[in-house]
Design a protein around this ligand. Structure first.
Ligand SMILES: Cc1cc2nc3c(=O)[nH]c(=O)nc-3n(C[C@H](O)[C@H](O)[C@H](O)COP(=O)(O)OP(=O)(O)OC[C@H]3O[C@@H](n4cnc5c(N)ncnc54)[C@H](O)[C@@H]3O)c2cc1C
Length: 448
């Protein structure tokens, strides 16, 4: 049995901890925040607790549904058919059925046929790796045509990626289409989303208890500041003291790994720092009344300062929020954008003005709470030839220090199901790499 330190107590670190404990390792999680969950952690929104960032479950989320089952939460998982809106040319439109798609005025009939064919074609592609060699822009223009690109794809890609839209590979858009197509795979072809009663706070509480029961030690307020390997042992310095392990696994973003691991070689450091991350600023609003009945409203109108409107209470019953509507307004950002400099008050004012323009019945006086959250490194953008050039290998040149993080998801979008799938694959791979000191043979660079 070896001791394993996992840096990062998000769902990836937690899931790895459970699996490695099952292999007989003694696992400790070191988490910088005062609690587990990372991006899925809850927040207090007025008098209510819900996810700091919006989360839904898809019917196709096999790993997540298996975890919820293991945690005894399947009975608290609820499914609701939802609708999708589009805000385009200053108007809000429903785009939730085939009929609405056919009568959608922004595109001609031929554009729609090509768009539909693109989505169907993408959903059937299994050899996704070749899409990494093509830019998303070139691929979408080729299959959907210039008009659909100008009117729909480009605004949608820019809304999701900002300036990174120019550098993302076609594998990125393929992953989004494949996941959303999966959401509609039920008999009625209607989008159906799920949520767990109490939000991710319930999931994390059960998961924490489950890990405790397995003997996993979780240490909070323990930001790792330096990770060093000496004589076959790995020391992790944290704000609350130093710990030593036989093996350490880093689940944190790539640039942070480069920061805390000075023993990495220069090429390893450069490769980690070259991974481009997308950030997010997201306002969570508690409103007196709903905006519309769409779970997601995509926005292709560049004047609107946020990327989408996510009406969580189109999915979750409003009675959980005292009859209020819970709405998230995300804005995805590259690292360089000046928007990061804005204060929360400026963002709130800008976002509420835009909402007043979009929804004639909305007045800012109806806002009970507005809370702005920011994450700089949320999602690794899959740029051209990402898997070969940038995807971080599991092994490093630093003896017994390993990387397992979400930048290793090359063929999927960032979601909990992919995160759990990654933990599953990597735990099996690590099974033959993790060693106790007495077992001898050191682990070498690029072991993955
Ligand atoms: C806006 C938004 C919407 C989303 N919507 C959905 C959705 O609808 N459905 C879905 O399935 N998924 C969704 N997700 C994705 C989901 O939240 C992630 O897939 C998942 O939480 C990633 O977990 P992780 O452990 O890889 O990363 P993280 O949650 O980022 O965990 C990393 C952890 O490391 C900690 N850390 C960082 N540096 C250090 C350090 N030096 N020392 C110690 N600890 C450190 C952090 O505090 C954090 O807790 C969404 C995410 C966002 C941001």
């Amino acid at each position: 049995m070896s001791s394993v330190g996992i840096v990062g107590g998000g769902l990836l670190g937690m899931s790895l901890a459970a699996k490695l404990t099952g292999q007989g390792h003694q696992v400790t999680i070191l988490e910088a925040a005062p609690r587990s969950g990372g991006l899925a952690a809850p927040a207090r929104i007025g008098d209510y607790t819900w996810d700091r960032f919006y989360h839904v479950v898809l019917l196709s989320d096999e790993y997540l549904r298996a975890l919820l089952d293991e945690l005894g939460l399947t009975e608290r998982l609820h499914w609701t058919p939802t609708r999708t809106g589009f805000y385009i040319d200053g108007r809000l439109r429903s785009l939730s059925s085939t009929l609405e798609f056919l009568t959608f005025p922004a595109l001609g009939l031929l554009d729609k046929a090509r768009l539909g064919a693109t989505i169907l074609y993408a959903s059937r592609i299994r050899e996704w790796a070749r899409l990494e060699a093509v830019l998303a822009s070139a691929w979408l223009k080729r299959w959907s045509g210039k008009r659909a690109w100008d009117r729909l794809w480009l605004p949608l890609l820019r809304a999701k990626l900002g300036d990174n839209a120019e550098v993302a590979s076609a594998a990125f858009i393929w992953a989004i289409i494949a996941r959303m197509y999966g959401a509609r795979r039920t008999g009625m072809k209607r989008e159906t989303f799920g949520y767990v009663e109490g939000g991710y706070a319930s999931v994390l509480q059960r998961f924490d208890e489950h890990l405790g029961g397995l003997g996993v030690e979780s240490i909070y307020d323990a930001r790792a500041t330096e990770v060093r390997s000496t004589n076959g042992r790995v020391q992790v310095a944290t704000a609350s003291g130093s710990r030593e392990f036989d093996n350490v696994i880093l689940t944190i973003p790539c640039s942070r790994i480069a920061d805390v691991c000075p023993q990495l070689t220069e090429p390893e450091q450069s490769r980690l720092r070259a991974v481009r991350y997308q950030g997010i600023v997201c306002a969570a609003l508690l409103l007196e009344r709903p905006l519309a009945d769409y779970y997601i409203t995509n926005i292709t109108d560049a004047r609107v300062p946020f990327t989408a409107v996510i009406e969580m209470t189109a999915l979750v019953d409003r009675r959980h929020f005292g009859g209020h509507a819970l709405v998230y307004l995300p804005k995805y950002l590259t690292q360089q954008e000046p928007f990061w400099e804005k204060t929360d008050a400026q963002i709130e004012a800008e976002f509420l003005s835009a909402l007043e323009e979009m929804y004639p019945h909305f007045r800012r006086e109806q806002v009970k709470v507005c809370q702005v959250s920011r994450v700089r490194e949320m999602l690794a953008v899959t740029t051209l030839n990402y898997s070969a050039m940038l995807l971080p290998p599991t092994g490093t040149t630093v003896e017994r220090v390993f990387v397992v993080n979400s930048a290793q998801i090359a063929n999927g979008t960032l979601n909990v199901n992919e995160t759990l799938g990654l933990a599953d694959r990597k735990a099996r791979e690590l099974g033959s790499l993790l060693r106790s000191p007495r077992a001898g043979s050191p682990v070498h660079a690029g072991a993955a």
